[in-house]
Every structure is written in C-alpha cells, then in structure tokens.
Design a protein around this ligand. Structure first.
Ligand SMILES: [Ca+2]
Length: 87
C-alpha cells in the first residue's frame, strides 16, 4: 500500500514537472533550429514553432498528452516527414 502511494506521488510529481517544463519552454530557445511540440492533437501536420519546418505525420495516432495532444508510435509505419531549412 505504501509503495503504491509512493509510485502515485512520483507520477503526479513527474506530470507536474512536465507541464512546468512545457510552459517554461513555450518560447523558442536561441540556437534551436526546429521545435515540434507534437501537441496539436489532430490533423496530420506536426508544426515547427521555430523555422517553419512543418512535418507530415504518417501512421501514428493522436492521444491525450501532458500538454495538449501526443503522438503514439507503435513501430509500424510511423514517421514524420519534413524538410529542414536551417536559415
Ligand atoms: Ca502505426
């Protein structure tokens, strides 16, 4: 019982830290050439929030994530195709 409570407390702490990290990093970080948040939750486009290197999503499913949506990769035909513009 005590061990289960510790595991639940750890999961809550991790979820809280993940949300705090996502909120803190909502602005582009200097030197980063692309940032795909992968939290759109629908569509087949992964939006790049830095340089416009948007990707086309193939073979994955959207789930509810810690901050918006999340992609589920099952290893069967899952990938995101993008061009890379570093300018
Ligand atoms: Ca798949």
């Amino acid at each position: 019982m005590m061990r289960a409570a510790k595991i639940v407390a750890m999961l809550v702490l991790l979820a809280f830290c993940g949300q705090a990290w996502a909120a803190e990093h909502s602005e582009p970080i200097q030197g980063v050439i692309s940032h795909w948040k992968l939290n759109e939750g629908s569509e087949k486009i992964a939006y790049d929030h830095v340089a416009g290197n948007h990707g086309t999503i193939h073979g994955t499913e959207w789930l509810t994530g810690q901050a918006g949506g999340a992609l589920s990769f099952d290893g069967k035909g899952d990938y995101i195709q993008t061009t890379l513009n570093t300018n």
